[in-house]
Design a protein around this ligand. Structure first.
Ligand code: ATP
Length: 245
């Protein structure tokens, strides 16, 4: 796919002898918000973790920004190349303070010569986006509620100013928290961030995204514009729980 921010062709993820993701191909264009939806066990998290470098995978091709070969890039170099993951289960440093977590998120930019003053400006911006985090800067991250930890994980990823965010946000969160997190996703997307979103709640995801891939048993079942998928009777019945008229 020419000029794609992320282009994945023939991705396979295997656990033991079992293929959880089977020869999957998809792409995300710059500034696009694309979602991966599907039932439990469809292979969404495995796909995300493979791209993020957390799982071994095979692929015919997996490129980021056209030239970076993800099949050869060590996981720890993803972030410095502009690809950040907000993992399911949050992955924050629980024994560090909220502020320390945020500062760590910006480390990758300090290494590239970004000034402390610039980072301070972004920290203030992040705290304006997440006022609940602002009130808890000195608190140990592990003592935050689940929803607050999810916000911190996202804020930490954004502090690195990535070119693309891989986000798996609403797992097990209360509706109000989900709403807040999706507000922020929408906002950073409007500011130009490219986002690949994994979401179990197909309803929310299809309202937010411009395009979607619908996964089932490790394969892509449907793909297309979110506005079309949301009106497709097969999607409505299977993924949105709506009985066709
Ligand atoms: P959910 O929406 O429930 O999180 P998912 O679409 O993200 O599901 P995955 O978590 O990627 O799906 O799981 C895909 C398949 O791979 C499932 O059948 C799951 O049991 C299996 N699987 C995931 N992780 C492992 C693992 N570490 N070892 C063995 N099998 C695994």
């Amino acid at each position: 796919m020419v000029n794609a921010m992320l282009n994945v062709q023939g991705l396979t993820v295997t656990y033991g002898g079992i293929q959880a993701v089977k020869d999957l191909s998809f792409h995300v264009q710059p500034r696009e918000l694309v979602c991966l939806i599907g039932c439990n066990g469809a292979g969404k998290t495995s796909t995300m973790n493979a791209i993020a470098g957390l799982l071994p995978f095979q692929a015919h091709a997996a490129t980021f920004k056209g030239v970076i070969d993800l099949t050869a890039l060590p996981a720890h170099q993803r972030l410095s190349n502009g690809l950040a993951l907000v993992p399911e289960g949050r992955g924050i440093f629980t024994r560090m303070s909220v502020l320390e977590n945020l500062e760590l998120g910006a480390n990758v930019r300090l290494q590239k010569g970004c000034s402390q003053a610039e980072i301070r400006v972004d920290l203030d911006k992040m705290l304006a986006l997440f006022p609940r985090i602002k009130e808890r800067l000195k608190q140990l991250a592990g003592t935050l509620s689940g929803g607050e930890q999810q916000m911190l994980a996202m804020a930490r990823a954004l502090m690195g100013k990535p070119d693309m965010l891989l986000d798996e946000p609403s797992m097990g969160l209360a509706p109000l928290m989900v709403e807040k997190i999706f507000e922020v996703i929408q906002q950073v997307h409007h500011e130009g961030m490219t986002i690949l979103l994994v979401e179990q709640n197909a309803h929310i995801a299809l309202q937010l995204a411009s395009r979607a891939y619908v996964m089932d048993s490790g394969l892509i079942d449907y793909e297309g514009k979110a506005c079309e998928l949301i009106n497709d009777p097969r999607i409505r019945e299977t993924y949105l729980g709506q009985i066709p008229q």
